[in-house]
Design a protein around this ligand. Structure first.
Ligand SMILES: O=c1ccn([C@@H]2O[C@H](COP(=O)(O)OP(=O)(O)O[C@H]3O[C@H](CO)[C@@H](O)[C@H](O)[C@H]3O)[C@@H](O)[C@H]2O)c(=O)[nH]1
Ligand SMILES: [Mn+2]
Length: 741
């Protein structure tokens, strides 16, 4: 009766580090002021030559960028919040018949980079949610337009009729079959039921992989007339992945299909939107908008879950957990979405490529959760469908009343009217002259459509929640080779540029719409590529100066030295602390900061360049899908925690040049000290920086020395880098000599 007796659905605790963070921010800010003052002094008093002016100016600009980024980063340290949910209580408060229906979207784009068995496992893990089955609908978007993917899903549907009752009956925790069978639940003592289901799974897998390998669905695999009709669409030569009509196939219909125990099955719908070479499809954002409309036409559930094909559900209770927030009307009236972190079980022990991306998926997430809520991470996010129709108090209806978020679908999903509308809204011409991608739906204009969409939704006034249960709600795949990681980050860098330099720049537009803390939190990521300036300057300038015996930092006995030491140790120490508090290890943190430097020298440069080439109309970039195929040999090297260079990527060049430069400067500088031409006290800071650079370049040295191995630095990259390192050093020496005389 009284609200106070109601069982708790969720709690939130503000971090105990909040006060400490704020005090430290004030102290650190003062140190930054002092540093800028010193820069002004040096530039004024000591830049007597062109070269020294150039050096001090570079250092000043670098430190200004660092100070700017530091300022924005503070927003996420002001009020981190940790939440907990109690899904066991939800059924005490909300009757099961009142649970909202759930539409799940799964995106896939390429059957060779994203094996259909991976998609199948994701789909099965969600179909087996502990949630009223008739309320769950799955929509798989296939941008690869691939018949084998459709085939795989049809096979998955058959397998599901065994798998879902099996999970229910045995209360299986891992509902992703691959994860379940890999977890070694049964060795010798495996009972016959488990054994049978495993055989069923294996035979499906063999069939699907066979079809994928052949690239088409052989007639021997098609049993039903209905399936024959579906696959006949691929039988025309005009059907290619870039040019084809819409394919919508209802694989499971909950009003009709039952599992082997007679229980209903969820809806399962395959969607491959219409494609044409002449119009733009907006990559994943476009795919999701098609799913938003197709699902509105067919089921129009008020809650929508978006997943990438490589993110399977690891916890069948997840929808109940989300209901704890969605059903609490007092929490945040403008609650738009609940985001889960991306977690990756396959990363190696010390996470050499920092694929955990802890800074984004955990530290920033709890930081923003204490403000207006986290950004959208593209996958593992449950939305209220209403958010896609503009702000909480500024409703922009979709152009067709039947797509209205509150409209109720009364016709069965396979009725001609419903199918006709679904096909209509999946066409590439449909969005012309509509608000899709600009005012409603997922937002276009950035390769990080997730970040951009979350940002725009929050600017419109929606709030979000970060939900980070102990048992991961979703598990995904992270890239396991360096070039894949760098390409992924390069794509993100391009996408972030597209936001930073648009009229929606978080620092201007965002701070106006949401206030400075949220604007800065988004701004930190939007402007992350500017870090290429300080990272590059600190990777080369002190080293080149050291090589030439030029002192550019205060000597150890100078009181200013303490300021530098404090700034360095303070920033690194706080970063380490944040990392450890969120379950990291020192080793992982070291690798994370190393990847940050590596990205600064590669992804940020190449991403920025590609962005500018594109804005000049010289070059177009697309969404380069990350490969999820796991090569055994590669995985073995990855497990040994050895960096994988192997391919001739230009992004390795700056890393290799930096490795040479730091090596040369470090030993050159020390040699100078022994010879007596260098003063140790004056050059200690630079020797330290070069040493630090060398420590961070360790994987590159290793890659240079094991060139025989497939993962070594290719000889061409080595030679180019050597020549470059040589010329840069020479040019710098000339520059100094020339301007001194
Ligand atoms: O034209 C496209 C391109 C991609 N995708 C899908 O987008 C997803 C993400 O692609 P992936 O190559 O795995 O990119 P990641 O870098 O791993 O993804 C991160 O970054 C993306 C933005 O760049 C977000 O969309 C993702 O959710 C986020 O996990 C995959 O399911 C793809 O199938 C499409 O559906 N259509
Ligand atoms: Mn991915």
């Amino acid at each position: 009766m009284e609200a106070s007796h109601a069982p708790t659905l969720h709690t939130a605790n503000v971090s105990r580090r909040t006060t400490m963070n704020r005090v430290f921010a004030v102290v650190y800010a003062m140190a930054i002021m002092a540093l800028l003052y010193r820069h002004a002094l040096t530039l004024h008093l000591h830049s007597t030559t062109v070269s020294s002016f150039f050096i001090y100016l570079c250092l000043l600009i670098s430190d200004l960028v660092l100070a700017f980024m530091w300022t924005m980063l503070q927003s996420i340290r002001m009020r981190p919040v940790y939440r907990k949910e109690f899904p066991e209580n939800i059924k005490k408060l909300v009757r099961e018949s009142e649970f909202p229906a759930l539409d799940v979207f799964i995106c896939t784009a390429d059957p060779y980079k994203e094996p259909p068995m991976r998609v199948v496992n994701t789909a099965l893990s969600v179909m087996a949610y502990d949630y009223p089955t008739e309320k769950v609908s799955l929509y798989v978007s296939d941008d690869g337009g691939s018949a084998p993917t459709l085939f795989a899903l049809m096979e998955a549907a058959k397998f599901a009729s065994h798998w879902l009752p099996f999970c229910r009956k045995n209360n299986v925790a891992e509902r992703c079959p691959d994860a379940y069978f890999a977890a070694n639940h049964f060795s010798s003592s495996s009972d016959s039921e488990t054994h049978k289901i495993k055989i069923l799974y294996e035979s499906m897998k063999v069939k699907v992989e066979n079809v994928v390998e052949r690239g088409k669905v052989g007639e021997e695999y098609i049993v039903h007339e209905r399936d024959l009709q579906a696959f006949s669409k691929w039988n025309t030569p005009e059907f290619t992945r870039h040019e084809h009509p819409t394919v919508i196939q209802v694989i499971l219909d909950s009003s009709r299909d039952k599992d082997i125990t007679g229980h209903v099955m969820p809806n399962l719908i395959y969607v491959s939107r219409e494609k044409s070479r002449t119009s733009s499809h907006h990559f994943k954002a476009g795919a999701l908008n098609v799913l938003l409309r197709v699902s509105a036409a067919m089921t129009n559930a008020p809650v929508v879950l978006t997943l990438d094909c490589d993110m399977y559900s690891n916890d069948p209770q997840t929808p109940l957990r989300v209901l704890c927030y969605l059903s609490d009307k007092n929490l945040r009236p403008e609650l738009g979405y609940v985001q889960f972190p991306q977690r990756f079980p396959g990363i190696n022990k010390n996470d050499i490529y920092a694929c955990e991306v802890k800074n984004i998926f955990q530290i920033t997430a709890v930081g923003m959760d204490g403000l207006a809520g986290p950004s959208y991470y593209g996958t593992g996010c449950l939305f209220s469908r209403r958010v896609f129709c503009c702000g909480p108090s500024a409703f922009v209806p979709p152009e067709i009343p039947r797509l209205h978020p509150e409209s109720v679908v009364e016709k069965p999903i396979q009725s001609p009217e419903v199918l006709k509308l679904a096909h209509n809204v999946a066409g590439y011409n449909y969005e012309k002259q509509t608000h899709w991608g600009f005012k409603i739906g997922m937002r276009y204009g950035s390769l990080v459509e997730d970040y951009f969409t979350g940002y725009r939704l929050q600017c419109e006034g929606w709030n979000s929640i970060f939900c980070n249960p102990e048992r991961a709600a979703f598990y995904g795949d992270a890239p396991i080779s360096l070039v894949d990681v760098l390409n992924q980050h390069k794509r993100w860098a391009i996408g972030l540029h597209e936001v930073a330099l648009s009229k929606y720049c978080p620092v201007t537009y965002g701070t106006q719409a949401m206030g400075p803390p949220m604007g800065f939190a988004y701004g930190y990521y939007a402007f992350s590529s500017t870090l290429l300036i300080p990272i590059t300057v600190y990777a080369f300038l002190p080293q080149l100066a050291l090589f030439n015996g030029i002192t550019i930092f205060p000597k150890v006995s100078d009181p200013w030295f303490l300021l530098y030491a404090f700034l360095f140790v303070g920033a690194y120490g706080q970063d380490l602390l944040d990392f450890l508090v969120h379950g990291g290890t020192v080793q992982r943190w070291w690798n994370d900061q190393r990847m940050w430097l590596i990205r600064g020298l590669s992804c940020f440069w190449f991403g920025s360049t590609e962005y500018f080439l594109k804005s000049l109309g010289i070059y177009t970039h697309g969404f380069n899908v990350t490969s999820k195929v796991l090569d055994d040999e590669q995985r073995k090297r990855y497990e040994q925690e050895v960096f994988e260079f192997g391919v001739q990527s230009p992004m390795f060049v700056p890393l290799t040049v930096a490795a040479f430069a730091n090596f040369g400067a470090f030993f050159g500088g020390i040699l100078g000290v022994f010879r007596g031409s260098n003063d140790l006290e004056e050059l200690l800071v630079q020797i330290f920086i070069a040493g630090f650079g060398m420590l961070n370049s360790w994987p590159v040295y290793h890659g240079l020395l094991m060139r025989g191995d497939k993962g070594g630095v290719p000889i061409k990259i080595t030679l180019i880098s050597m020549v470059l390192a040589f010329f840069v050093t020479l040019a710098f020496s000339f520059f100094c000599e020339f301007s001194l005389s």
